[in-house]
Design a protein around this ligand. Structure first.
Ligand SMILES: Cc1cc2nc3c(=O)[nH]c(=O)nc-3n(C[C@H](O)[C@H](O)[C@H](O)COP(=O)(O)OP(=O)(O)OC[C@H]3O[C@@H](n4cnc5c(N)ncnc54)[C@H](O)[C@@H]3O)c2cc1C
Length: 386
């Protein structure tokens, strides 16, 4: 009997899952991908877009291209998920599923940030484009990069952004006129990668005169000043924010989330507690078995690399379930990350987040090859999935 597999979200997790399912299932089964946007954006390239190295059309692809591969694409906003009835609702239309994969990502909450020509959200396409214009027109003063809440996706991105800004102004010979600071609630950069990598990054920031201000919880902001929960303030001429992240309203409304605000899943199979419902990527929360300090549990960071590997595992488990086998394909907790450092160089970290007693990450010596690796990855991404 043929099955209806519905995938919510055409981001990193959703497109991999849809492609893998289509490749592995015979044509009688339907693979339906739903997204409110018609286009998929490759977010890692936003950082290059800011510095004029990419144009918006180079880092997007139409999700309609997936239909050539036998994946049905429906554009529309998912407003309800009915796990009891095994259906979802989309612009007033109900769609039934036999299996559901939720890959709806994280929403960026920008309400706290006034619309002024001094404040930019570089975590979305339009915000990144405007950030690029602001950087280009800036010639002296104080720049702050603010991480306004935890968790946030791609723990490396705000630090990569800081390194890229530093290089950009150095190459324009005006770096001495500009101060760059990072404010974050984290204790160290990329804390889940461990104190060794965190301290290494902190030293790299310091060596490039980028001031790192840890454990600063954002409270509010006006046109030129940030207010923190500890009563301290920071003035800025230009502010780049990583806005607080939340799960999309539709998954909260469907009671899929737990006290963390995200969807808990079995960390290996990606199954939720609801029958035939899987969740992958940024919308999920996964407790790690290891930790660095007693009583300080860690969660899997939000990153495209995990959405990708989880999508592969979820797809294979659904195929197994359909063919009457045990869904025992495991997401292993492996991950890697390129770290752009400016001047065509990058670092690279790789490891496993499910190791005990703590996650294991190794940082490789930065160089031009890793930067090239990220460029090749971007090309591969579009070739492989579109
Ligand atoms: C600047 C930046 C740089 C990054 N760099 C890296 C990197 O180098 N490496 C890395 O691993 N990760 C990186 N990331 C993180 C990575 O992009 C995300 O972790 C990844 O996209 C998560 O995939 P996802 O499928 O869970 O969610 P997303 O890719 O966010 O996809 C979610 C999709 O769901 C859709 N959607 C949401 N709500 C609805 C609704 N109600 N109805 C219909 N559709 C809906 C959205 O339109 C979206 O297309 C970066 C992120 C940013 C912002």
């Amino acid at each position: 009997m043929w099955k209806n597999i519905v995938i919510l979200g055409g981001g990193s997790g959703g497109i991999v899952c849809a492609n893998e399912l289509r490749k592995k299932l015979s044509g009688e089964h339907r693979v339906i991908l739903i997204d409110k946007d018609e286009e998929h954006t490759f977010y890692p390239s936003l950082l290059w877009l800011i510095f004029g190295l990419r144009k918006p059309e180079q880092i997007k692809r139409s999700l309609k291209n997936l239909t050539k591969r036998g994946i049905e694409f429906i554009q529309g906003e998912v407003t309800d998920i009915f796990t009891e009835k095994k259906s979802i609702s989309l612009d007033g239309q109900n769609i039934n599923y036999d299996y559901l994969v939720i890959s709806l990502g994280a929403e960026l909450n920008t309400k706290a940030f006034p619309k002024t020509p001094k404040i930019f959200n570089f975590y979305c396409l339009e915000g990144a484009r405007l950030s690029g214009e602001a950087v280009k027109n800036f010639s002296s003063g104080k720049i702050i990069i603010l991480i306004a809440g935890m968790p946030f996706k791609c723990p490396a991105a705000p630090y990569e952004f800081a390194f890229l800004i530093d290089s950009f102004f150095k190459n324009r010979n005006i770096r001495d006129r500009i101060s760059i600071e990072i404010y974050t609630p984290e204790t160290l950069p990329m804390p889940t990668a461990g104190p060794q990598i965190g301290n290494m990054l902190k030293q790299m920031l310091e060596s490039r005169r980028i001031n790192f201000n840890p454990e600063r919880k954002f409270k509010s902001v006006d046109e030129g000043k940030i207010y923190f929960e500890d009563g301290k303030t920071a003035d800025f001429d230009l502010l780049f924010v990583v806005p607080p992240h939340t799960a999309p309203e539709v998954v909260k409304k469907a009671n899929l989330t737990n006290e963390s605000g995200w969807i808990p899943v079995d960390r290996e199979t990606l199954k939720t507690r609801f029958e035939n419902v899987y969740a992958i990527g940024d919308v999920t929360t996964i407790k790690l078995p290891g930790q660095y300090k007693p009583d300080k549990p860690l969660n899997l960071p939000k990153a495209g690399v995990f959405a990708h590997y989880q999508a592969e595992a979820a797809a294979e488990n659904i195929v197994k379930e359909i063919s009457g086998q045990k869904p025992d394909k495991i997401f292993s907790g492996d991950g890697y990350c390129f770290l752009e450092l400016g001047d065509n160089t990058a670092g690279f970290a790789k490891g496993n987040f499910f190791t005990i007693p703590s996650p294991f990450m190794k940082m490789y010596k930065p160089g031009k090859l890793w930067h090239l690796g990220k460029i090749i990855f971007e090309k591969w991404w579009f070739w492989k999935w579109f």
